[in-house]
Design a protein around this ligand. Structure first.
Ligand code: ADE
Length: 246
């Protein structure tokens, strides 16, 4: 079964972009996943193809209209399409590996990319969208966030990564950052690779790597060691439950 990604955007020309190269691009060529970028503007109904309007309550910027976004969602999803709808927004829940795993193990995803100030919240709720942020900074639109999310999902699709690139022992698989890596030459500019890695003692290597992982995580990301992080996020509704209309 092909993992299906549909992106709703005002800038379909941004796709596939980097997703057409490397691991993701090869996986797409081999039919392991598919990507369709759809222009939200195609769902506008007036002759000016208007997609946005000024915010009620005042303020700067423009807001994507709920009727246009809803029509774009309807056009992208056929009857019985169970793919979760993800809205990329800096207001969203931070993207973490458990959500990536959950999305990657499903049928695919429909990704809504905001531009301007945002999207009318009614359609976000009526469509039961999952609001996701890719980090605590503001991008000029959701497109790069969608690419980040898709890249993270696609590499987990069976067959996309070769045996050489194991997804097992890497950052976040155990809520720890990864240990440092070294290769030949064993001495470079007078800097030697840690001796334990040359010892051939597999158990000692494993112990050293674990200690390195724990030390770098304590140093850079103490938040990952908190009980809340370790036990996973608070329960949330299954990905395909749709909110009911008002
Ligand atoms: N759109 C703008 N900023 C974003 C962010 N940080 N994450 C997801 N979508 C965004």
């Amino acid at each position: 079964m092909t993992w299906r990604a549909t992106v709703l955007t005002l800038f379909p020309g941004m796709f596939p972009g980097p997703l057409g190269t490397s691991l993701a691009g090869r996986g797409m060529e081999r039919g392991l996943w598919s990507l369709e970028a759809r222009d939200i503007r195609a769902s506008a109904t007036d002759r000016h193809r208007t997609v946005d309007d000024t915010p009620f309550g005042g303020g700067a910027g423009m807001v994507l209209r709920p009727d246009v976004v809803d029509a774009a969602c309807a056009a992208a999803m056929s009857e019985g399409d169970t793919r979760p709808l993800v809205f990329l927004t800096p207001r969203g829940t931070p993207l973490r590996q458990p959500l990536v795993r959950e999305l990657a193990s499903g049928p695919g995803a429909v990704l809504l990319c905001g531009r301007y100030e945002g999207v009318d919240q009614r359609v976000v709720e009526a469509r039961g969208m999952i609001e996701v942020s890719v980090g605590d900074y503001v991008l000029s639109g959701g497109e790069l966030g969608a690419m980040v999310l898709l890249d993270a999902c696609v590499r987990l699709i069976p067959g996309v990564m070769g045996a050489a690139e194991s997804a097992e022992e890497e950052s976040f698989s155990d809520n720890l950052l990864e240990y440092p890596h070294y290769t030949r030459p064993a001495e470079w500019r007078g800097l030697r690779v840690p001796e334990v890695l040359l010892s051939g003692h597999h158990a000692e290597v494993a112990r050293w790597r674990r200690a390195q992982s724990e030390a770098v995580t304590r140093e850079r990301r103490p938040d990952l060691l908190s009980t809340e992080q370790r036990q996973g996020p608070a329960p949330r509704a299954p990905l395909h439950s749709a909110a009911s209309p008002a």
